[in-house]
Design a protein around this ligand. Sequence first.
Ligand SMILES: Cc1cc2nc3c(=O)[nH]c(=O)nc-3n(C[C@H](O)[C@H](O)[C@H](O)COP(=O)(O)OP(=O)(O)OC[C@H]3O[C@@H](n4cnc5c(N)ncnc54)[C@H](O)[C@@H]3O)c2cc1C
Length: 241
Amino acid sequence: MGLIDNFAKRFLEKGTIVSKLKISDSVYHIRIHSENIKSVDFVPGYFIRLGVGFDDDNISLKDKVRSYSVWNINKSDAIIDVAIATHSNGIGSNWVKKCAVGMEVFFAWKKGTFVLDNSADSYLMIGDLSALSHFYIIKRNLAAEKQVEGIVYSRHREEFYADTDGRFSLGTYEFPQNPYDEVVAKIPQLVSSMKGRKMVYIAGDSRLCVALNQYFRKELNWESNQIKTKPFWNPEKKGLE
Ligand SMILES: Cc1cc2nc3c(=O)[nH]c(=O)nc-3n(C[C@H](O)[C@H](O)[C@H](O)COP(=O)(O)OP(=O)(O)OC[C@H]3O[C@@H](n4cnc5c(N)ncnc54)[C@H](O)[C@@H]3O)c2cc1C
C-alpha cells in the first residue's frame, strides 16, 4: 500500500500542522509550518494543493488533494494559515475534522490569476464561506485608501469567522445555497456607493460565478478586466482544479 502516495509525496513540500482551531460552526483554521515557506515568492491570492487523502487505498488519486487559499503567511516564522469549510462533507472536510497538531502534511503551491490587483479604486467581493479567507487576504493587502465591500453568505450567522485581525471586515448575509436573486438584490446599492474604477471578485459556488459574471457584463456593462471569477466548487463534481 501507499506506493503511489509515497511517490507523489516526493514532489510535494513537506510541513507540519502546528495549530488547529474550530473558528466557527463549520470552519477550521489550520496553521502549517514548513521551511519551504521562508523562500516562497508569494502574492496574496495564491493557494495550496494539500494532500488530504494520502495513505488510504480507498481514496482515488484525484481525491487525494484539495485546494485551499492561503489566508495568511508569515515567511520569517515559516507558517501559513488556511481556513477550511466543512459543508461539503467530502474527503477534504473529513480530513480537516480528523487532522491533529503534529501531523505531517504535503502540499504544492498554486498561483493562478485570482490574486491581488491594486488597479481599481473600489472592490466588491462576493462568495460563500469557502472563499472568505481568500477575500480577507486580498482585502488586507489592498492599499489602505481602497474601498472594499462584500457579500459573503452562508446559511447561518454562526458560520462566519473574523479575519486574522479579529474583524468581520466584509458584509455577511444569511442566504441559502446558490442565492442568485438575493445577491443580485444587494448589488445595485453597493455598486452605486463604490467610487472610481470598480472591480468585483466572485468565488465559491460555480453556479453563482457563472451567473454573476453574466450579470456584471450584460446588466451592468462592466468590462471583463473588472470582473475576476474563480469557481471553488461545483455541485456536480468532487474537488476542483
Ligand atoms: C483555488 C481554490 C481555492 C479554494 N480555497 C478554499 C478555502 O480556502 N477553503 C475552503 O473551505 N475551500 C476552498 N476551496 C474548495 C476546496 O478545494 C474543496 O473543493 C472543498 O473543501 C470541498 O472538498 P471536499 O473534499 O470536502 O468535498 P468534495 O468531495 O470535493 O465534494 C463533495 C460534495 O460537496 C460539494 N461541495 C464542495 N464544496 C462545497 C461547499 N463549500 N458548500 C457546499 N457544498 C460543497 C461538492 O459539490 C460535492 O457535491 C478552494 C477551491 C479552489 C479551486
